[in-house]
Design a protein around this ligand. Sequence first.
Ligand code: PMT
Length: 221
Amino acid sequence: NSSKDLAGLKFVVTAGPTRESIDPVRYITNHSSGKMGYAIAERAAKRGAEVVLISGPTHLPTPPGVQRIDVISTNDMYEAVMNHLEWADVFIKSAAVADYRPKAVAVNKIKKGEGDLTIEFTRNPDILKELGKRKRNGQILVGFAAETQGLIANAKAKVETKNLDFIVANDLTKEGAGFQSDTNIVTMIDKYGNMEHYDLMPKKELADTILNKIKSLLGRE
Ligand code: PMT
């Protein structure tokens, strides 16, 4: 799709993992490479949209024409996203966000002792849920779901509880789906209950499929 069919629309895309510090030298994170979100940002910009990409730590180059904001933790990402609440027409939340962070970040490097180490975690804000609460009329909110069990039921529940327009559910149990790969296998479920399954395809092609669905929800067809 080489036409500028998304011209005039403002997109916020989140991508990559978030990282939560344990002490000055250690953190916990997840396997997200950022490929899915960067593919969406790249395709949206190519199709004429204004795109802000809010990215956790990745090794990927910024796609042409995209404004990138780098963040580290879930709290950083929350703030960067909320700063665009008024600006954005569309939010696509492809980042893999840490639900928990260590309750306290040790000031100094934690020294090893003889026994086990226990770290206590506290809940991070749910960015997607907050966006759903504050969504204004006409704004489009797209979430992702990554699950190793109960994918469809969990994804359906998220559409409702987080007030999404649709969700892209990737089945982490399948080869070529989810984290790190250049491909994905997903089911999209929208707020009307429509469910579409997509077999193995490049993340860049899936990006266009997601953008086409947004376009049709906006009545731009
Ligand atoms: O980056 P890649 O290597 O290409 O991998 C792509 C991907 C697997 C990371 C991507 O396709 C994906 O599924 N991203 C969402 C992963 C995730 O965090 O899923 P979840 O089921 O835990 O969260 C559901 C949704 O809530 C997501 O849209 C997430 O961005 C959002 N969320 C979650 C927790 C939180 N505290 N705040 C959030 O906004």
